[in-house]
Design a protein around this ligand. Structure first.
Ligand SMILES: NC(=O)c1ccc[n+]([C@@H]2O[C@H](COP(=O)([O-])OP(=O)(O)OC[C@H]3O[C@@H](n4cnc5c(N)ncnc54)[C@H](OP(=O)(O)O)[C@@H]3O)[C@@H](O)[C@H]2O)c1
Length: 314
């Protein structure tokens, strides 16, 4: 495993972190709880020291599984536990709520589900346009002062929103979508890293398309995240991304590796990325992903990949 500085926090994060949106169980493929719990344990065994979850991942279901896996296996002290606030999953819909009273009560609910008395990093999941930032972030500062939260960050914020939030508290982490097929936030990632924030690239496998698992357009359920959230699973992007995956196939084969490992090595090589968030619900996938740093791309391969990435018109 490779470890990188997580902004100015002093924490060295594994370059791959375990994401748990899928583990929550809504909008992704379905597995037994035992399989998902084992994937969480496998992640820690393989050197992953950051787990990302959220109350919005199936209304607390992901947090519950993370809490159970960590407590039952005595692993709480081995991970920098990250969860979120200001966004909930209610009756199948994602609902933003940055009201201070809900930020406070939601944190207590997260602590209980995660079976811990402190959250290492609490992120505002999405900005709530209906609540002034000074109110939302005052509640976060209160949680830090009460010792319930160690660090505060944001996800899906613009630069202006991060600058405004920084007036009310120190923003130590930024979580945007970033991968070989999603580079719109690249300048913002660079800026956030320069400010000393830990940058957490989510969807680092493009929702799974960069693993080579899909070779034809799939029929996912309407609420599946690969239909709703990630645009590459439909044409015209699908065929463009398949062109990139074919380039990745050749490079992976030359190293007896997988396209997923190529994608993670490429993203982790960006100096502004502190950690790549990867959602994997099974031990075999976690083990595949964590082998990404057992080998190295050559300079020529990096050049070929960069060119293929540039050719995609996203
Ligand atoms: N802040 C935000 O707004 C936000 C938004 C999106 C995501 N996130 C975070 O970022 C994490 C990662 O993003 P994501 O889960 O949306 O997408 P992702 O990690 O890019 O892709 C997840 C998909 O890839 C599959 N996969 C993982 N490793 C694989 C492998 N080695 N071979 C084949 N398939 C593999 C998973 O399969 P299985 O499910 O079958 O295991 C799942 O279908 C999330 O879990 C969440 O923690 C945050």
């Amino acid at each position: 495993m490779l470890y990188k500085d997580f902004g100015k926090t002093g924490f060295k994060a594994s370059a791959i972190a375990l994401g748990t949106w899928g583990i929550g169980g809504a909008g992704w493929d379905t597995y037994e709880d035992a399989v998902k719990l084992d994937a969480i344990v496998a992640a820690v065994e393989q050197g992953i020291n950051l787990i990302d979850t959220a109350p919005a991942y199936n209304a607390g279901a992901a947090e519950r599984l993370v809490g159970k896996a960590l407590e039952q296996n005595g692993l709480r002290n081995k991970v920098f536990l990250t969860t979120k606030t200001g966004n909930e999953f209610i009756d199948g819909k994602y609902v933003r709520n940055g009201r201070p009273e809900r930020i406070l009560s939601l944190c207590d609910e997260s602590l209980e589900r995660l079976r811990t008395d402190v959250i290492d990093l609490l992120l505002v999941h999405w900005p709530d346009p209906n609540v002034p930032f000074n109110e939302t972030f005052a509640a976060l500062v209160q949680l830090k002062e009460e010792g319930k939260v160690r660090h505060i960050g944001v996800s899906n914020f613009s630069q202006a929103q991060m600058e405004e939030a920084s007036q009310y508290c120190e923003i130590e982490a930024y979580q945007p979508q970033y991968s070989m097929v999603s580079r719109k936030s690249e300048e913002l990632c660079r800026w956030a890293a320069e400010q000393g924030m830990g940058v957490m690239a989510y969807g680092a496998l493009g929702g799974g398309i960069l693993t080579g698992r899909y070779r034809t357009v799939q029929e996912f359920a309407p609420m599946d995240s690969r239909n709703r959230f990630y645009p590459f699973f439909k044409e015209p992007l699908f065929s463009q991304v398949m062109g990139l995956v074919q380039v990745m196939d050749k490079i992976a084969a030359a190293h007896e590796a997988t396209p997923a490992q190529v994608a993670l090595q490429w993203t982790a090589a960006r100096s502004f990325v502190s950690t790549c968030l990867v959602g994997a619900q099974t031990r075999d996938k976690v083990e595949d992903n964590t082998k990404a740093f057992d080998w190295s791309l050559t300079e020529e391969e990096i050049r070929i990949l960069d060119q293929a990435v540039e050719e995609i018109q996203l």
